[in-house]
Write a protein that binds this ligand. Structure first.
Ligand SMILES: Cc1cc2ncn([C@H]3O[C@H](COP(=O)(O)O)[C@@H](O)[C@H]3O)c2cc1C
Ligand SMILES: O=C(O)c1cccnc1
Length: 348
């Protein structure tokens, strides 16, 4: 009996639709290609939603939170308690992702995937706790295969219950930039040093310590080479839950909006499991974490924004959201040369 059945993700390739979308964009009242990357964005959203006049409805910001045993090894500038404190802040409406989600009309759902502290029930909180934090990955696997499967299944179930056709990815979990670095190093083959950044703000010595710890953890789990084994070895519950969320959203052909390094690491795992996932993705921005550019390049995704963000939470995805809406409005509402009676280049 498999622990979990992952959805099949079809290839979106559709020459007829791609042709219609390209024709629509090229006939808008502008020089060819003049809307730059917004044109590519419009083509992508149209392809994902299977519609030459796409409408984004009920966008969902999903912030998955959990704690990491590895945080005890001093790989973050902040203590693990910040994870639950920030969950409270998300729910109280005061965090960056809370205010940006409110500004842009994004429904915010926070998932307790494995935070060490329990939360009082309230609107906007979904409890899908696998355990109170992962085990220390420097001593053994962060999670068992069964826990990993449970978290992925949780992410699938959470998205299944959410309306809309767009999913924005967010996360919170002190220590999780280490998880993203190790997943990138293992699944793509980069040296871990190149994947390791300051996270919440380590200085040079702290970053060197972090890279040493991660190198040892990678060596301890040298046999964890498959996507699921690597995910179980390094964690975390929020990343695994996001993997499930991404797979479910991909199956349903929702537009998946990546945030920073950590949310993107969940997409890296999902794409390694199901190679058509990245077709459904939009990279909101490239974060200041050095691994993020490497990760996006591997996925073949071109980030919309370069803002030196290094926050996570889904904040960058929320900031990029208006660009997705603009891309759809351009496809739907902008006049064509014919409809507006504007002469084309070379017309008499
Ligand atoms: C106050 C505060 C708010 C945050 N919101 C997101 N993160 C971010 O920082 C963490 C990753 O960095 P590291 O691996 O160095 O711990 C994640 O929880 C991430 O979302 C935050 C971090 C802090 C301190
Ligand atoms: O890029 C990110 O997602 C990020 C970077 C630093 C800290 N937390 C998140």
């Amino acid at each position: 009996m498999p622990l979990l059945t992952l959805p099949a993700i079809t290839d979106l390739h559709d020459d007829a639709l791609a042709g219609r979308l390209q024709h629509a964009i090229d006939n808008k009242t502008k020089p060819l290609g003049a809307l730059g990357k917004i044109e590519a964005l419009a083509l992508r959203i149209g392809a994902i939603l299977g519609d030459a006049a796409p409408v984004l409805v009920q966008p969902q910001m999903l912030v998955c939170a959990a704690d990491h045993g590895l945080a005890a090894r001093g790989v973050s500038a902040f203590p693990s308690d910040v994870t639950w404190q920030m969950v409270e802040n998300f729910l109280a409406g005061g965090a960056a992702v809370s205010v940006l989600a409110r500004q842009h009309g994004l429904a915010l759902t926070v998932v307790d995937c494995g935070v060490r502290r329990d939360f009082a029930p309230r609107d906007g909180l979904v409890v899908r706790k696998v355990a109170a934090g992962t085990a220390d990955a420097s001593a053994g696997p962060a999670m068992t295969a069964a826990q990993c499967a449970e978290a992925i299944g949780n992410g699938m179930a959470v998205v299944r219950a959410l309306p809309g056709n767009a999913l924005l990815l967010g996360e919170m979990g002190i220590g999780n930039s280490s998880v993203a670095a190790m997943l990138l190093a293992r699944l793509v083959g980069h040296d871990v040093e190149a994947c390791t950044g300051a996270g919440t703000g380590l200085d040079a010595a702290g970053r060197a310590h972090k890279a040493r710890v991660l190198r040892d953890v990678l060596a301890l789990h040298a046999g964890a080479t498959s996507p699921l084994d690597a995910l179980a070895a390094f964690g975390g519950f929020e990343v695994a839950t996001l993997v499930g969320a991404v797979l479910q959203a991909a199956e349903e052909r929702r537009v998946i909006v990546l945030d920073g390094f950590i949310a993107s690491a969940a997409v890296l795992v999902a794409q390694a499991l199901r190679p058509n996932v990245a077709q459904r993705c939009v990279a909101a921005h490239v974060s200041a974490e050095p691994g993020h550019a490497l990760l996006l390049a591997h996925l073949g995704l071109d980030p919309l924004l370069h803002l030196d963000l290094r926050l996570g939470e889904g904040s960058g995805a929320a900031l990029a959201w208006p660009l997705l809406e603009s891309a759809c409005v351009i496809l739907r509402d902008m006049a064509s040369f014919e409809s507006a009676g504007v002469d084309r280049k070379g017309a008499a």
